[in-house]
Design a protein around this ligand. Structure first.
Ligand code: FES
Length: 338
């Protein structure tokens, strides 16, 4: 039995597709590659706007957006997505590894050619001899950026396959491959008020968004809510100082907070007043991102997610299936990772 066909218009281009196709498959039929990565509803890279028509979001609806890897065409439809840099492969070497605080490292990679990414996106990083991990490039905490040097924040987990090797078997000069960028949680240059929230090393994409917004959109209302399981995980002191010197409100939270400089609360509990005008970016532990998503939904605010999933499970360091192996940047997570 032949499938019934329909027309999907993607960023103005009309494409013949089959009813029941995912939006990504429909695009491919017209040789249009929608941004994507995991194809399993995890990474948010494929989130697109539905401008009209018949799309079944399969439960992925967020305001007028859906995930293109899961949403199905039910008939003619029109969708659009924001242009992003093309995914490319690049090589590099470890330039430096520096402990920022306790188990938090700043890792710098010098690349053989410039890597283009938007604040809030992530890269797939393969240290030679080790499995790939996804990390968010970020602005150095003291803003001493160098050309062709990518900066990551990485939490070290004892006995993990990759992060525990940083500074020992993975050291200055180690070969690295990078692929990307991926991710939909990147800064859009809208004028609406911005709420940025993270747990753990989810601060990396949030910090890069904050710097780009503060420097690139001086009049924009920006506030940050940054959490960690314990105060010891709040590794971003230099960034806090920089933001406060520019009168950007930042709230720090931890379960052992003192309610003076660090609140004893979860970040989603102290997001502050939200309206449908607000634009919220949330990065870090999936539980944090989901809780923030719920609060954003209740307020009718626009929401962008960057959930970090564990790459290794406790009790044997079992690797998850490839579709789950992304986002090894593991803040606030109970299982060893990285
Ligand atoms: S490609 Fe759709 S969520 Fe990852």
């Amino acid at each position: 039995m032949s499938k019934s066909t329909c027309t999907v218009t993607i960023n103005g281009k009309k494409i013949k597709a089959n009813v029941g196709d995912t939006l990504i498959d429909a695009g491919l039929g017209g040789r249009l590659v929608l941004p994507h990565d995991c194809c399993s509803g995890q990474c948010e890279t494929c989130r697109v706007r539905v401008l009209g028509g018949n799309v079944d979001g399969q439960g992925t609806e967020e305001k007028n957006t859906v995930l293109g890897c899961l949403a199905l065409l039910e008939g003619d439809a029109e969708i659009s997505y924001d242009p992003v840099p093309i995914v490319k492969n690049t090589k590099g070497t470890v330039e430096s590894i520096r402990a920022i605080k306790e188990d938090y490292l700043e890792v710098r990679i010098r690349t053989v050619r410039p890597v283009t990414w938007l604040p809030g996106q992530y890269l797939r990083v393969t240290f030679s001899g080790y499995p790939a991990r996804d990390y968010s490039p970020t602005t150095p905490l003291n803003l001493d950026a160098e050309q062709d040097v990518i900066v990551f924040h990485i939490k070290v987990y004892p006995n993990s396959i990759v992060s525990s090797q940083l500074g020992s078997n993975i050291a200055k000069g180690h070969s690295v491959k990078l692929r990307g960028p991926f991710g939909n949680g990147f800064l859009r240059r809208q004028p609406e008020p911005l709420v940025l929230t993270s747990t753990g090393t989810g601060f990396a994409p949030i910090w890069s968004i904050a710097v780009a917004a503060v420097l690139g959109q001086p009049g924009r209302d920006v506030r940050l809510i940054v959490g960690s399981r314990t105060r010891g995980g709040l590794y971003m002191r230099d960034a806090v100082r920089w933001l406060q010197s520019r009168d950007i409100p930042i709230t720090l939270t931890a379960s052992d907070g003192d309610d003076d400089t660090v609140l004893s609360a979860r970040p989603y509990e102290v997001l502050g007043d939200l309206t449908p005008d607000h634009v919220i970016y949330s990065a870090g532990a999936p539980s944090h991102v989901e809780a923030t998503r719920d609060v954003a939904r209740q307020a009718g605010a626009t929401f962008y997610a960057d959930p970090f999933y564990v790459a290794e499970q406790s009790g044997g360091l079992k690797l998850l299936a490839n579709s789950l192996l992304r986002k090894a940047k593991t803040p606030f997570a109970p299982a060893p990772a990285g």
